[in-house]
Design a protein around this ligand. Structure first.
Ligand SMILES: *Cc1c(COP(=O)(O)O)cnc(C)c1O
Length: 403
């Protein structure tokens, strides 16, 4: 690759521009270095690619459709396509990554898998692939999240995983992440840590992006089949850590005619003090092993984020996205809790698709984009809303049965 093509890919040390790298305790060095020195070569092996692609096809259900949303298009006044990651096995894009990482872990000779989870979606996707491969699985989850996300905790247990509560700090995702890191330090030989987004020390952001890149790989030929052109005018994706967005953008990063749009969770409002709009409110710093944008106070302490959607409730953002934002390759919008809820009900009503609460944030900003009727827009429909029914029911405008 020449320098131009390389602009949005990490250098040898895992830096995307000024973001990324590997800021880790000395005791993790051997694990991370082992992964870093071998992942590229393993992923490129023919036997790996064959097994990965076969599982994506027959187990995950890929390719996921690219669906022209006719009624939504008419309403917004643009050509809107939905990339249906909600139809993946386990209900979201997260399984693309856990399939890739479990195959990698096997080739590294690992027999024990650990993961962190917030809402439980990544925990379920990890427990699923561990069941598939017959590997031991331990999922760290904040005690508060365990209480709020009971159905996913039950799913993980049914899949054979051990769910270990994180009891420190706010007892949520970042505390679960700290516990998982501690476990990895204690078990360097047999354990692989499956991180659930494009965050963490190098090589995770790059590795996870490559496993999610299947999304944009499919988008290119699917859009060409439907419109004669590979490139849309816009790709819109919600961003927590940034893995579904990274996957949807990956093969378009160097196609500068395609505008990349990230949608963050504004929570109760960007300036309300209860928000998760990381790139808007954040500044440069180190979180969970990489230099990126994060929400922090003047002393560098992490500010607790807030979003109604657990998948977007993270105080950082992957280093690739920090770089895309800083270099103005991507633009950022934010949608509030209320806007996301309203948009979820509306999309359900006009398209017959109940989106995940995370994805509802992406839909919510479409009316604000000033789109033209000929604009082709792909929205990455990152997951389905079954997991969010409890939340949706609290807002159901017509919550009664017709006798
Ligand atoms: C976890 C999750 C997200 C947020 O994670 P990213 O890494 O930013 O993609 C978005 N949508 C759904 C459906 C999720 O489960």
């Amino acid at each position: 690759m020449n320098e131009q093509q390389n602009k949005y890919h990490p250098n040898q040390s895992g830096y995307f521009g000024e973001f990324g790298g590997a800021f880790i305790p000395e005791m993790l060095h051997a694990n991370v270095e082992n992964l870093r020195s071998r992942y590229e070569e393993i992923i490129k092996e023919e036997s790996f690619q064959k097994e990965y692609n076969a599982l994506l096809k027959d187990y995950v259900g890929r390719p996921t459709p690219l669906y022209f949303a006719k009624r939504l298009s008419e309403e917004i006044g643009a050509q809107i396509y939905l990339k249906r990651e909600d139809l993946c096995h386990t209900g979201a894009h997260k399984v693309n990554n856990t399939i890739g990482q479990i195959l990698l872990a096997q080739r590294l000779g690992k027999t024990r898998i650990i993961a962190e989870t917030g809402a439980g979606q990544h925990g379920v996707a990890t427990a699923t692939v561990c069941a598939l491969m017959g590997l031991e699985c331990i999922v760290y989850m904040g005690e508060v999240d365990i209480a709020r996300q009971a159905p996913n905790v039950q799913r993980m247990k049914m899949l054979g995983a051990t769910v270990r509560p994180a009891l420190s700090g706010s007892k949520t995702l970042k505390d679960a992440t700290n516990e998982a890191i501690r476990d990895w330090i204690d078990n360097p030989e047999d354990t692989h840590y499956i991180i659930g987004s494009v965050v963490g020390p190098h090589p995770y952001p790059d590795m996870v992006a490559r496993f999610q890149a299947i999304i944009s790989e499919e988008m290119k030929w699917q859009l060409k089949e439907k419109t004669g052109k590979e490139n849309p005018d816009y790709i819109v994706a919600c961003v927590g850590g940034g893995s579904n967005a990274a996957g949807a953008f990956y093969h378009y990063l160097n196609d500068e005619d395609v505008q990349l749009v990230l949608v963050e969770a504004a929570g109760e409002g960007v300036d309300s003090g209860k928000s998760a709009a990381t790139s808007i409110l954040g500044s440069q710093g180190v979180i969970h092993g990489s230099m990126t944008l994060l929400m922090q106070d003047e002393y560098g302490q992490i500010v607790e984020p807030h979003s109604i959607s657990a998948g977007l409730d993270y105080p950082g953002i992957g280093p690739l996205h920090a770089h895309l934002i800083k270099s103005k390759r991507a633009s950022v919008y934010a949608a509030t809790d209320a806007e996301a809820i309203q948009s979820a009900f509306h999309i359900t009503k006009i398209e017959g698709i109940i989106p995940a609460l995370e994805t509802a944030h992406a839909f919510a900003i479409l009316p604000k984009m000033n789109l033209k009727s000929e604009d082709v827009v792909i929205v990455n429909l990152s997951g389905r809303g079954d997991k969010d029914l409890n939340t949706y029911m609290q807002f159901q405008p017509n919550n009664k049965t017709d006798e």
